[in-house]
Design a protein around this ligand. Structure first.
Ligand code: C2E
Ligand code: MG
Ligand code: MG
Length: 260
């Protein structure tokens, strides 16, 4: 069904907001794929992304999502909204494709969007150990101004090798660390990961933040950005547009009420 679904536009993006920890301002979002079937059922990515990583179809879906988000951002700009940068996931499987960077840059240029409004998250899910390919891709993306985030940091085998050798802009601390906030040992690991990242001029986003206690701890140890249900769930484009509208136009204290 996958080729037909792609051709008929059944893959859509949900947008999950990201906030700065200090000021609690909306600073960006992540685009997360959903398969909206013709019967209206919304299929979450864990039910098809792993399969697509095995059969290679993920390259097409990721490229499609990149284009979809570039176009969406252009529409929001034209509507007079002030967009925030949106990150799009890219499976590491895509890195095996030697044309990947040219394709993505072609899509970006074709959309007319400034690179400042789009970022890429390299997911950890697929095992990929060729550091030099990864570095070439990141370098080429940096040349045109696209920032790169490392997703699910801390879960892979080679997180430290990546940190040592790859010119990443932002680390996304995996939810499994955030879940263990409250445990002394885990809190020490988190605060030292943040220290390590900052000493390498890398920013840090915590994923899967659900509670006030988790947020307060992350704030106290200097985590830069927060993404999680505590601030906002992944939501359809219309809802995210309404959030942009509210954030930037409706009153100056928009940062006061973020919870929910
Ligand atoms: P990810 O990139 O690490 O995305 C974060 C996931 O955590 C999302 O799940 C999001 O809904 C979920 N999440 C965020 N905050 C919270 C929270 O506070 N609590 C809980 N319990 N969950 C939270 P989602 O949308 O189901 O996506 C799962 C994974 O599927 C993504 O993890 C990513 O690895 C993959 N994925 C999603 N979209 C794409 C895509 O377009 N391309 C590729 N290659 N992979 C994608
Ligand atoms: Mg991600
Ligand atoms: Mg993640």
């Amino acid at each position: 069904q996958m080729e037909k679904a792609l051709a008929e536009g059944e893959f859509i993006a949900y947008y999950q907001p990201k906030y700065s920890t200090k000021e609690q301002k909306l600073i960006g979002a992540e685009a997360l794929v959903r398969w909206r079937r013709s019967d209206g059922i919304i299929v979450p990515p864990y039910q098809f992304v792993p399969l697509f990583e095995r059969n290679g179809f993920i390259n097409k879906v990721d490229r499609y999502m990149f284009e979809l988000v570039c176009r969406q951002q252009m529409r929001w700009l034209k509507q007079g909204l002030i967009p925030v940068p949106i990150s799009v996931n890219m499976s590491r499987m895509c890195l095996y494709d030697p044309h990947i960077v040219d394709e993505y840059i072609g899509v970006l240029n074709g959309s007319g969007l400034s690179a400042a409004y789009i970022k890429l998250e390299l997911t950890e899910s697929a095992f990929f150990e060729n550091i030099s390919i990864m570095n070439n891709v990141i370098e080429a993306l940096h040349k045109v101004g696209i920032k790169v985030l490392m997703d699910d940091f801390g879960t892979g085998y080679s997180s430290m090798m990546m940190l040592k050798n790859v010119a990443i802009d932002v680390l996304k601390l995996d939810k499994s660390f955030v879940d263990d906030i409250g445990d002394d040992r885990s809190e020490k690991i988190i605060s030292n990961i943040i220290y390590l990242a900052h000493s390498l001029q890398i920013e840090l986003t915590a994923e899967g933040v659900e509670t006030a206690a988790q947020f307060e701890f992350l704030k106290s140890v200097g985590c830069d950005y927060i993404q999680g249900y505590y601030f906002g769930k992944p939501q359809p484009a219309e809802d995210f547009a309404a959030l942009l509208q509210k954030e930037f136009y409706d009153g100056s204290d928009a940062g006061a009420d973020k919870k929910g």
